[in-house]
Design a protein around this ligand. Structure first.
Ligand SMILES: Nc1nc2c(ncn2[C@@H]2O[C@H](COP(=O)(O)OP(=O)(O)OP(=O)(O)O)[C@@H](O)[C@H]2O)c(=O)[nH]1
Ligand SMILES: Nc1ccn([C@@H]2O[C@H](COP(=O)(O)OP(=O)(O)O)[C@@H](O)[C@H]2O)c(=O)n1
Ligand SMILES: [Mg+2]
Length: 206
């Protein structure tokens, strides 16, 4: 009996560490500028930036068996299994829980059920920053980034697939959270610093 209570205790302790953390979802199309804005938020507000794409690419870079499977999915611009990416985000949040002022979850959720699972396992977001750019702008930016990024998915064919998937699976996420009144849209067609001015206004209003 004692062992069981102990396990339950540990389980509760772990999730308590991140249950009350301030969580901001950063959602937007591929190449919309999520990462660019997150870097500026980190510099100004000291938040912890967790890019789901970067966490996945780190796993790919580790050469692990799981990394090989993820690579195959990502270079097709498809979504990796929900539990895989959610567990990676949760582990990364727990690792930083004691020092974090809040978490920027970049590139997640990518579909409504990812958001629902996140809330069951971790907690509710207080803000969804919607980084909005036109399709042709995103393609142009990613083709340019692809010249130096070395990302297997920054090529014309995969960019188009990522864009299609974004419109099909991820835009409904915006509508879902608009229903909660926590979406703040920023116009990422503007110059980076003007976009950041809109981002700052949304965060200062929290
Ligand atoms: N001109 C211009 N370029 C931008 C802006 N924001 C980002 N970029 C560029 O567009 C490219 C994509 O920006 P990222 O911040 O990596 O976009 P992302 O949404 O994180 O992209 P994914 O990780 O693929 O989802 C980068 O090369 C940036 O330098 C902007 O406001 N204006
Ligand atoms: N929640 C997530 C995040 C990324 N990914 C995968 O990781 C890739 C890169 O994610 P990213 O956020 O860096 O880039 P974009 O897809 O937003 O351009 C995506 O194209 C997906 O293949 C995923 O499957 N699920
Ligand atoms: Mg990014």
């Amino acid at each position: 009996m004692h062992f069981k209570i102990c396990c339950v205790g540990v389980g509760v302790f772990v999730s308590d560490k991140i249950k009350d953390a301030k969580i901001i979802f950063v959602v937007g199309g591929p190449g919309s500028g999520k990462g660019t804005q997150c870097e500026k938020v980190v510099a100004k507000y000291g938040y912890t930036h967790l890019s789901s794409g970067d966490l996945l690419r780190a796993e790919v870079g580790s050469g692990s068996e799981r990394g090989k499977q993820l690579q195959a999915i990502m270079q097709k611009g498809e979504l990796v299994p929900l539990d895989t990416v959610l567990d990676m985000i949760k582990d990364a949040m727990i690792a930083k829980a004691d020092v974090s002022k809040g978490f920027l979850i970049d590139g997640y959720p990518r579909e409504v059920k990812q958001g629902e699972e996140f809330e069951k396992k971790i907690g509710k977001p207080c803000l969804l920053l919607y980084v909005d750019a036109r399709g042709e702008t995103m393609v142009k930016r990613l083709m340019k980034r692809g010249e130096t990024s070395g990302r297997a998915d920054d090529n014309e064919e995969t960019i188009k697939k990522r864009l299609d998937l974004y419109y099909k699976a991820t835009e409904p996420v915006i509508a879902f959270y608009e229903g909660r009144g926590i979406v703040r849209k920023v116009d990422s067609e503007l110059p980076v610093d003007e976009v950041f001015g809109q981002v700052s206004k949304a965060i200062d209003a929290l």
